[in-house]
Design a protein around this ligand. Structure first.
Ligand SMILES: [Zn+2]
Length: 66
């Protein structure tokens, strides 16, 4: 049986753009939820905020390897 139905999310190799809060133009900055380093986002930013490093690593993880 060959069901080649790829309708699920993440079926493609295209990394889905995660909703990110607008970058803050000044402090205080929110801390990265992973490494607690200061991010580029305001402290009042809602949701998960990541520093540029963790953001990049997450993008690599979500990207298709191969
Ligand atoms: Zn981080």
């Amino acid at each position: 049986m060959t069901t080649t139905e790829s309708g699920g999310p993440g079926a493609s190799c295209a990394p889905e753009p995660a909703p990110r809060p607008p970058k803050a133009t000044g402090g205080p900055y929110a801390r990265c939820v992973l490494c607690l380093e200061p991010t580029e986002y305001a402290e009042s930013a809602k949701g998960i905020v990541l520093c540029p490093v963790c953001e990049w690593q997450e993008a690599q993880r979500n990207a298709c390897s191969g």
